[in-house]
Design a protein. Sequence first.
Length: 367
Amino acid sequence: MRISDLSRLTGVSIRSLRYYEEKELLSPARTENGYREYEVEDVERVRKIQFYLQLGVRTEELAHLFHNCAGFPGNGNPSCAEDAIAFYESKLLEIRRQKQLLETAERDISHIIAHWEEMRQYEPIGKRGSKQMLMLDHVTFAVRDLDATVHKLTKETGVRFSAPVEAIPGARGQVAYLGKGFLEVIAEEDSDKLRNTELGTGFAEFAERQEGIFGVALEVSGGLASFIDDAKERGVPYIGPFMQQAPLSDGLHIQFGTAFLGYDMPWLIEYEQSRAWDSPFRLSGIEVSTANLSATAQQYRQVYHLSAPVPIGEAAYEWQLDRGGIRLIQQEQGQPGFSAVTIADKEREYRIEFVPEAGMTITQSSL
């Protein structure tokens, strides 16, 4: 048969058939006028060539086996057994590796699909033009003994924490989910690893100096970008926005954007999806100590788009947010910054603070 007939019967282009001949995989006879003449057996040979090429076998490997084994790989005379066994064992190993990679990819993609199936059940928030809201979202404690701190919080308040995770590279942490917010307790584990990032360095410097409230976050809806744009116009030194992922106890993540001013003021986050947890607790407030009450209040109003605060006596101001509240307290002595956090259930409120002499203290009051 002519090359056009072989091409039609095998579905392989004439150009490829000529390439196989060039690589000595096909050896057609020639007619008197120079035309290639193929045998019926060449149809099966071409199909075999295609099969092995699809497995990733190089043409040079095929040519070697074809010539040494007097036929297709695996056939021919017994003298080619060693070459054929080595060839097939190597290909079987490659197939098994590919199978393992595909199984891993299938599992990962299944998890990704499950994640997005879950995410599309939540109502999107944070669209510019929607009602702007500001909510107390989470508080991060820096401690030296993670297990002891978590045990004390659980024993005295009843909150339940997730299993330990690497909260920051080089630091171990646990999270208590409180309705729509959460408490995060973190302890340094590997100082060198911790200091490889800007956030880790900030945490290490804070944690090695004292135990206390390292960070507070306020959730924004209605457009984080509007805060950043306004800050640029006013000269407020926001850092960000950055996109991050918050790990959940079920192994999934929530995507969110974040911007912050440093480690002594609440930072802002805006989630891509709304999310709530089943918990009787809520974050009810954060207390911030300052040596200059009026100046700090003015800064908070400017940075967080807040209205005038409510005076609490002569030495404190308070804002009620859409969720939780912020209280500024005049304090001449001690380190300015986050001084206490309150969480509450239906019956009690728990005030958690860190006292230099006593460590973490928890006091409770009835609602």
